[in-house]
Design a protein around this ligand. Structure first.
Ligand code: SF4
Ligand code: SF4
Length: 167
């Protein structure tokens, strides 16, 4: 059941997301001014993710560049038995903003079965992604449009609200 639902959501994202993103950007800008309650956002997020298997996807770990804060690096380095500086040299690079991001895509901590080698201590930005259960994140409408482009489940959640708004 979960596999069927996951396949359906991934297929819809693959087929429709690229074409829908301009309209989604416009919708999210308007939606940010009249957001539902935090509880409603959490309910829809929960409903979509409860029927979705992220281990069949891992698009975020394969294609995105999550920020690793100093606190993340220190925690993860301890977990894998490295000094923070060694972890930075081996796995990370500094981006234009000076943030640490993975040195490669897919993320160097992604295993071949789509599990995360550092899951228990993963970066805060990975833990919250795609932030569709966070009302404040919906206010950053351009970022949320990017999340819908990158994440099948976020796309499904955004499309749920966009369809209701059209009805
Ligand atoms: S959070 Fe989104 S992109 Fe990442 S694995 Fe789950 S559905 Fe895929
Ligand atoms: S640290 Fe783990 S959860 Fe974050 S991108 Fe890498 S593999 Fe994915």
């Amino acid at each position: 059941m979960k596999t069927n639902q996951t396949d359906k959501i991934i297929r819809s994202w693959q087929t429709n997301a690229r074409k829908a993103i301009p309209a989604i950007r416009t919708f999210l800008k308007r939606f940010a001014g009249s957001l539902p309650t935090q509880r409603v956002l959490e309910e829809v997020h929960e409903e979509v993710f409860s029927g979705f298997d992220c281990l069949s996807c891992a698009s975020c770990c394969k294609n995105s560049s999550p920020v690793f804060t100093r606190a993340d690096i220190s925690r993860i380095a301890g977990y894998i038995g490295l000094k923070p500086g060694e972890m930075e040299t081996r796995f990370l690079v500094s981006d234009k903003e000076g943030d640490f991001i993975p040195a490669s895509k897919p993320c160097p901590f992604l295993e071949t079965d789509n599990t995360c080698r550092v899951y228990e201590v993963r970066p805060k930005s990975c833990r919250g992604f795609p932030h569709t259960d966070n009302r404040t994140a919906w206010e950053r409408h351009a970022v949320m449009a990017g999340n819908a482009a990158a994440c099948p489940a976020a796309f499904a959640i955004v499309e749920r609200f966009r369809t209701s708004a059209k009805a």
